[in-house]
Design a protein around this ligand. Structure first.
Ligand code: NI
Length: 174
């Protein structure tokens, strides 16, 4: 059974704290497995395409990502990003900063390493939205929010026209 948890909203001190690495032993604990199930349920219910444990008040290095490109969402424990390539600026939202978006420049591609929820090695080459989402979630683990690095932070408003505002509104919070 998975439970939708309350997502912490900025300003909350927890969102600005670096999360701690999780040991393989800790990962096996039923409480941790429940936490991961709850993170997935919370992300999907929001709806969002990514969530980091600190966003539901747990200072551990666990992220979940689901940009709808694969059958199963990604769950990565102690994620490490390397091999950054390219650069892309795009509008980004965050579940902890509802109603706001900002333009964030990120690597176009990166490699994602870490552990699966079952303690196995996780490795993935990500690009585009998936790479952006991983970078956003790892930022959360370091206590960094889009408002720390975005330019032109603005309201995500819905306007029925082919305007910039409408494009902005299509952004799914990460
Ligand atoms: Ni976020």
């Amino acid at each position: 059974m998975a439970y939708v948890r309350r997502i912490l909203i900025e300003p909350h001190p927890m969102l600005h704290k670096a999360a701690k690495k999780m040991s393989a032993l800790e990962l096996k604990m039923p409480l941790t497995q429940q936490l991961i199930d709850d993170m997935l349920a919370t992300m999907h219910a929001a709806p969002g395409i990514g969530l980091a444990a600190p966003q539901i008040g747990v200072g551990k290095r666990i992220i979940v990502v689901d940009v709808g490109e694969q059958p199963e969402p990604h769950v990565v424990v102690n994620p490490v990003l390397t091999e950054f390539e390219g650069e892309e600026t795009a509008a980004e939202g965050c579940l902890s900063i509802p109603g706001k978006i900002g333009d964030v420049t990120r690597a176009q591609r990166c490699a994602v390493g870490g552990m699966t929820r079952h303690g196995k090695r996780f490795a993935l080459q990500a690009e585009g939205l998936l790479a952006r989402c991983f970078q956003h979630e790892v930022d959360h683990l370091d206590g960094v929010l889009i408002t720390d690095k975005a330019s032109n932070v603005r309201d995500a408003v819905v306007v029925p026209s082919d305007s910039q505002e409408e494009k902005d509104a299509k952004q799914v919070p990460i």
